[in-house]
Design a protein around this ligand. Structure first.
Ligand SMILES: *Cc1c(COP(=O)(O)O)cnc(C)c1O
Length: 425
């Protein structure tokens, strides 16, 4: 089997004799057929092919196949954003009256989706600490729980999840573990190797890596046996009347049922499709993912080590730094590096943090993370500014906290910039 670097460059698309080396951008909504019969076979899932780009497009499919190879999955799809990947992955197997068990430290958008929007659909969600013991996780699973959810490295809390433990308890209860692997990327961690069943990504972050295109991906490990728990997952194991009575597990096998249901049914109905042009741009990012992620991690570790010794810095949170609460888990799951995001506290609280940020010249103030440009955010002064200092502490976002996404610039320039800004605050 080929190594990760080769898969980043080549997987998903193999041109035949005389065909374009780079993935063609199929910028077409529709596809032409010679007869209605040819078309009917596609609708009946008797033949493979494209008929409408809301459902599937060859450019996007090639890129999905690359991400599938990187994660070691059996089937994958792209979506128009990370949030639509999260939503489709969840809604593919939960309905009104069902329950989701999630880690509490997940991305704010995913937290809102589950706690507010999906609640309106009659789906209940409970949130527990990523550090919960097996007993605590087990106790939180209910008869109507349909999935367990967490992030390899939480954004922005930067906790590392003990994936093996969470997978073990989920499987005991007969439900899949869905992992958001956005911050780690498959370069640093492949959750399927630790028992996760479905992986999702916001490709907007390191996979694109240039702050250019929003996107998401869902990948199936093909290992969760939906048929064994057929009563719990009727959407996958009984006829879909809205799609010519197809039974997804029968037609696509357990390795293809999840993704094909999400494409045939949910993509058809929600239409959160990526544009072929954006899929093409995402692929350019993926071609250098292995090179970039390595550099992001080297730069971030150097930044974390510098901050740790600085007198104006009260604390540093980076899982690959010895002494971090998650250092041992990071060594197990992320031995080659964790991610490029570091958080830290500036002595002097809210005001000192604002003064420090205003002095930065290389790092720019932006809500984004995980791209080539170093960027910085002071949550208490921006995304969380309506909260009091007490509320901020309860949310795990202290008034002094700075989130620093280390980019691909020369690390000496990044550190010099930090040093001069800290001197002035
Ligand atoms: C950004 C992000 C998302 C949402 O992705 P979008 O592409 O912004 O919709 C989901 N999960 C994590 C961990 C993220 O960082």
């Amino acid at each position: 089997m080929q190594r990760m670097g080769t898969k980043c460059v080549q997987a998903g698309y193999t041109p035949k004799n005389g065909e374009p080396r780079q993935i063609p951008i199929v910028q077409s909504t529709t596809y032409k057929y010679d007869s209605s019969d040819d078309m009917a076979k596609l609708f009946d899932l008797e033949a493979e092919g494209y008929f409408y780009s809301r459902i599937q497009n060859p450019t996007s499919d090639s890129v999905a196949a690359k991400i599938c190879a990187l994660e070691g999955g059996t089937a994958a799809m792209l979506t128009g954003s990370g949030m639509s990947a999260v939503f489709l992955a969840l809604f593919n197997i939960v309905s009104c009256g069902d329950h989701i068990l999630s880690c509490a430290t997940i991305y704010g958008g995913s937290f809102n989706l589950m706690s507010v929007t999906m609640k309106r659909m009659g789906v209940e969600c409970t949130f527990i600490s990523p550090d919960s013991t097996e007993e605590e996780i087990r106790a939180a699973i209910r008869p109507n729980t349909k999935l367990v959810y967490g992030e390899t490295i939480a954004n922005p809390a930067l906790c590392v999840l003990d994936i093996e433990k969470w997978a073990r308890v989920a499987h005991e209860a007969g439900v899949p573990l869905i992992i958001d692997n956005t911050f780690a990327t498959p370069i640093n961690c492949r959750p399927f190797e630790w028992g996760a069943d479905i992986v999702i990504h916001s490709t907007t972050k390191y996979m694109d890596g240039h702050a250019s295109v929003l996107g998401g991906a869902i990948v199936d490990s093909g290992k969760f046996d939906w048929n064994k728990y057929a009563d719990k997952y009727p959407g996958l194991t009984t006829p879909d009347e809205s799609y010519h009575g197809v039974i997804y597990t029968e037609h696509f096998g357990i390795e293809g049922a999840f993704i094909n249901k999400a494409i045939c049914q949910l993509m058809r109905d929600f239409g959160c499709t990526p544009s072929p042009m954006n899929s093409f741009l995402l692929n350019l990012g993926l071609e250098s993912l292995h090179v970039r992620v390595k550099r992001h991690c080297e730069n971030a570790l150097a930044v974390a080590q510098f901050l740790e010794t600085h007198e104006k810095v009260s604390w540093v949170n980076y899982a690959s730094l010895p002494g971090n609460k998650y250092y041992e888990l990071a060594q197990k799951y992320l031995p080659n590096g964790s991610c490029g995001v570091v958080s830290f506290g500036v002595k002097g609280g809210r005001e000192a943090a604002s003064r420090f940020m205003a002095e930065l010249r290389v790092a720019s103030i932006a809500t984004h993370v995980a791209d080539a440009h170093t960027c910085v955010l002071h949550p208490a002064g921006s995304t969380h500014r309506q909260m009091t200092d007490e509320e901020l502490v309860a949310a795990g976002v202290g008034a002094d906290m700075v989130r620093f996404s280390v980019g691909l610039e020369d690390v000496n320039d990044i550190i010099e910039d930090l040093a001069q800004a800290l001197d002035k605050c």
